[in-house]
Design a binder for this molecule. Sequence first.
Ligand code: NAP
Length: 276
Amino acid sequence: MSRFAVLGSPIAHSLSPVIHQAFAKEAKLSITFEKILTPAGALKQTLDAFKVNGGQGACVTLPLKVEAFELCDHLTLAAKTAKAVNTLFWQAGKLWGDNTDGEGLLGYLQNDLGLVLEGRRILILGAGGATRGILDPLLKAGVQNIVIVNRTLTKAQALCTNPHITAYDYDTFNRSNELPFYLVINATSCSLQDALPPLEPEWVKGAYTVDLAYKQKQETLFQQWANKQGALLAEDGLGMLVWQAALGFKLWHHFLPHVKPVIQQLRQGAFQDADQ
Ligand code: NAP
């Protein structure tokens, strides 16, 4: 039986094992998928032990995505661009790192929500690892321009490597004459702290919105707020989570599973009693 794992800290809440087991069932594969508590600084040691004991691939979550990026022998273009890794595997004894977050979000937006991104204006709140992962796929999807708003302006400015990207802090942006946006992506970690980014409501009115954070059966604070302000749609990050896992699964097993049934099952709480 092939052995896989998700590494991070905290890790008890991770849905990766149940998602990958659902995919394995569809692919008729027998796998084990563990959660391994791995604090910052311990990734190399944990991965070495995992590999010696038959580990074939792993995904990494907070706080290890940059540590994984620094550890890899080889990186895919997506991982190089994002400067962060969420999926690991070994090939000819060398450690490879990929980042499926950006393509995962795109898969969800385009295939499941039916959004057409070409020629659109996109607003991204936050300038951390998640934003780094989604910028390139959004540009490749043909968006017209991207505005990044971040609490720490210099972090947003550092991501303006393309004439189609502009950066603001919240105060300046809220007072700006920017035109309306088709899609607003909350890529801050505010929802994890049950807080809202300091954005004026007018920016989400009439826009599609996605909070990259998720709460499985409950709406995030940003979703609730966006709905109240008249957003066209207020989605969370659960779809992106399942999509990025499906792309990791394809990398490991050369099989792209169906995501919709797994998203539906998660929303209905089907796995809540499972050992997640
Ligand atoms: P990160 O690297 O720690 O970045 C966090 C961002 O949030 C930074 O831009 C930070 O601003 C901003 N922020 C934090 N608290 C804030 C506040 N009170 N007000 C305004 N801005 C605030 O985190 P990340 O890895 O990018 O993750 C961001 C979110 O995406 C998290 O909710 C994570 O769970 C989610 N995510 C979801 C998926 C998925 O599959 N659904 C995948 C990846 C990430 P400063 O720069 O000023 O500190």
